[in-house]
Design a protein around this ligand. Structure first.
Ligand code: ZN
Length: 233
């Protein structure tokens, strides 16, 4: 079975639609979402509804948890706070209830799914380098734990190797971000995993970044949230 793993959509409906259409074309059987469906962008309801209808696994990100009242807005930068306040006014009761009910970590098909580190997931730690992954490996028992949160794709092995995925080892895999990449490549990113071949690929996909940036500006959201879509940082 082929699974697509998506994360950090951040209310970017233009990127999400492009990614989901591509996943369908590729014939992946399931889509798993690692959270941060909302925050930053102008289409929270549309994105939550698409995720609800297309994903078989969904966990909460820190922006989703903030909207659900579980994380203080003070933990976000100014643009993030403004966007969350805007989203509070925009999100429907029904979609908010869905976000409120999401788990922080879940296991499915011998895989672990979390937004940030599976070790104390409510602390929303960033894993950017192998040394920061050490504690995380003690917090899951499956061969692979898929994560998001940093918006920067990376594969970290239990031996602290980087980007050297192979069958037999244990790995923490960050699949990048659909809606706000921060690795200097503005294309949408997501992961594709084949449970039979035990193969993993990171997929990058061009979408209409200018249209997405224009929608951010039109909604009156902070300008930096539009420009960073174009720069990819
Ligand atoms: Zn995020």
């Amino acid at each position: 079975m082929r699974l697509a793993i998506i994360t950090d959509i951040h209310s970017n409906l233009i990127a999400l639609k492009r990614v989901l259409a591509h996943i369908e074309e590729m014939g992946a059987e399931r889509v798993c979402c690692l959270g941060d469906i909302v925050g930053y962008g102008p289409f929270p309801n549309e994105c939550v509804e698409l995720i609800r209808s297309k994903c078989s696994v969904v966990v909460a990100g820190n922006h989703d948890a903030a909207l659900a009242g579980k994380v203080s807005l003070r933990r976000f930068d100014r643009a993030g706070q403004k966007a969350l306040k805007w989203t509070q006014k925009t999100i429907s009761e029904d979609n908010l209830a869905f976000l409120r009910g999401l788990p922080l970590v879940t296991m499915d098909q011998d895989l672990t799914f979390a937004h940030s580190s599976p070790a104390r997931p409510d602390e929303w730690k960033y894993i950017l380098a192998p040394a920061e992954a050490r504690e995380a490996f003690g917090a899951f028992s499956t061969p692979i734990c898929y994560v998001g949160h940093t918006h920067i794709p990376i594969v970290i092995g239990e031996d602290l190797s980087i980007n050297a995925f192979r069958k037999g080892g244990r790995f923490l895999i960050n699949v990048g971000s659909v809606g706000q990449p921060r690795d200097g490549d503005p294309r949408a990113a997501f992961g594709l995993f084949d449970t039979e071949k035990w193969s993993y690929d990171l997929v990058r996909l061009e979408y209409d970044v200018q249209q997405a940036a224009e929608a951010v500006r039109k909604a009156g959201l902070p300008k930096v949230l539009a420009t960073r879509l174009i720069s990819g940082y």
